[in-house]
Design a protein around this ligand. Sequence first.
Ligand SMILES: NC(=O)c1ccc[n+]([C@@H]2O[C@H](COP(=O)([O-])OP(=O)(O)OC[C@H]3O[C@@H](n4cnc5c(N)ncnc54)[C@H](O)[C@@H]3O)[C@@H](O)[C@H]2O)c1
Length: 313
Amino acid sequence: MWEHERLVVRTGRRSGLTTMVAVHSTEAGPAVGGCRMKAYGHITDAVTDVLRLSKAMTLKCAAAGIPHGGAKSVIVAGRELTPDLRRAVLLDHAELIDEFGGAYRAGPDVGTGPDDMAVFRELTPYAYCLPEAQGGTGSSSGPTARGVLAALRAASRHTFGTDDLTGRKVVISGFGSVGELIAKGIEGADITVSDVDESRRTDEYGWVHPDEAYEVEADVLVPAAVGGVLSPETVRRLGVKLIVGPANNQLTDDGVADLLAERGIVWVPDHVASAGGVIYTLAREDDGADHEAALKRVDGIEKTVERLLGVEA
Ligand SMILES: NC(=O)c1ccc[n+]([C@@H]2O[C@H](COP(=O)([O-])OP(=O)(O)OC[C@H]3O[C@@H](n4cnc5c(N)ncnc54)[C@H](O)[C@@H]3O)[C@@H](O)[C@H]2O)c1
């Protein structure tokens, strides 16, 4: 069933590259969501991604109690763009964002960052997270990681009876900006990380090949790379008790949640665990909250997860 308000796919007049915006819902308020820049095998894969991600943003805002709807945008491009072509496609995309007249407001996502948001701002006011030097809140990775750690505390109390993870084994799949901050924020645990990018390997933590990350016997699994990692097939092979992480759309379909429950594996929905970035950004940039007050709102994810799992306070 078609449940989105709007999907626009456009060939950029400067770059010749395809970009798209999907607005899932503006019922609760203007729709917010990141702009993903990524290579896709086929254009239909990008459309599927933008539709799923925008819907997840509606759920994320609702679970976080934010008066916004969900949207997402995609720039179909790999990492090999020249600086000129990158700028051209960003300007093309900014033009498209602006046509939504504020119904869609963009932030960074995989493949884009604060500098790209500054390029958007040249053509539209509807971009968050500009670099701090330009008056924005910059990367949201820190608040996102903080929100995951808050979710992890509540979920650990539910699963293990304590939020002290000393001596427990934790596997983090995706050792990027959020994954690394999560690793730093977990005290006393035996941490193993995994990434498709071998250059991310470090002596500080154990290392497992990405193909095996979902088979390791451990207490906690933190999906911090890409979506679609929890399928009926992977769930059968999982050797963990708790899953909580920032990757968006972790399940290949909703039925996988039932399979996890059948196996007694606790899973914190990603739209709850990964909301720290959007909570922080909107608190600072829309509501004028200061850094500490915005972080306090991010920490509210702990209470949300307590309620979700029925944890005794
Ligand atoms: N940064 C945020 O504020 C934020 C907010 C909400 C959700 N998320 C989600 O959290 C996840 C991580 O975000 P990030 O900002 O750290 O991204 P990132 O690009 O910095 O890191 C992702 C890492 O995952 C690795 N990777 C890619 N495919 C992989 C695979 N199949 N197996 C293992 N590793 C793989 C990449 O090499 C990279 O190091 C993403 O799914 C993102 O959508 C991020």
